[in-house]
Design a protein around this ligand. Sequence first.
Ligand SMILES: Nc1ncnc2c1ncn2[C@@H]1O[C@H](COP(=O)(O)OP(=O)(O)OP(=O)(O)O)[C@@H](O)[C@H]1O
Length: 322
Amino acid sequence: MAAIELNGVTKRFEDDGGVLDTLVPSSNTDAVTAVDDLSFSVEAGEVFGFLGPNGAGKSTTINMLLDFVRPTSGSIRVLGHDAQAESVAVRRRTGVLPEGYDVYDRLTGREHVEFAIESKEAGDDPDELLSRVGLDADAADRRAGGYSKGMKQRLALAMALAGSPDLLILDEPSSGLDPAGAREMRDIVREEADRGATVFFSSHVLGQVEAVCDRVGILREGELIAEDSIEGLRDRAEAEAILRLDVDGDADLDAVRAVEGVSSVESRDGKLVVGCTDDAKARVVVTIESDGATVADFETESASLEDIFLAHTEAEKQEVPA
Ligand SMILES: Nc1ncnc2c1ncn2[C@@H]1O[C@H](COP(=O)(O)OP(=O)(O)OP(=O)(O)O)[C@@H](O)[C@H]1O
């Protein structure tokens, strides 16, 4: 069974502060399409990494799963419930670590977790949850206003874990955590998946999701541009070469993009960087030179997973090299 299912979901924020109104004329130039005809599903028990650069629409999607934001069109089901009509049922069964969680300065860490346990009508031991995220009894007794950024993030995770939710939604969970903290967080994600929870994990850092996710979806400008297992992405990376070229003169980038086997073309550090299959390398050089430019030098290397991610997310930033 799918734990999360989106069908043709679009969210346009109008200039009225984001209030849903499908009757607002589409000619409204101040409107932002945060999510554009998005369809995908996450299976129960899966750890799904939701990747994308800043502003891609990740938080908007999460807010729609929880009915904090209403889609302009399309339908969303979460844990078998309609995300809008049955949002109370969804939230009861979901633990959320929101991006940039603001603590209540004057409440202690323990009081935060007690509050989360009560609101889930659960019977967890608050100290156990706190120690699971690495906050000891001393920290539990302190007011959260004095916590470091990483401690606040740990506290938010403890609150999300209250009541052993069927679905965990973690928005940039590693932000503010040191490497040891990020590792502990990943261990908890795996433990939660092992007990059968579904984990929906958003991040703009590929490395964070690579170690822990079964599958990833890459979002760019509100659209899902890739959906694959980490293994699938790795296979793709192995089949790809990265070509870094020093070009004298203006290369016709559209012509390079049109070369069979080319998946990305962009300018990085004054070089033209082309992602392509191995056999397309010669065609790329010929295409550049047939247009009057000269390839002064070039080097090739295998693509890393990071390259694949950047190729997908930065494709709009293509420019002619200086
Ligand atoms: N309430 C809002 N009103 C107007 N525009 C909004 C609102 N919320 C988000 N947006 C716009 O929607 C787009 C997607 O934003 P969103 O916060 O969903 O991206 P994100 O992928 O979570 O980014 P980040 O990684 O920076 O958190 C952006 O262009 C943003 O400016």
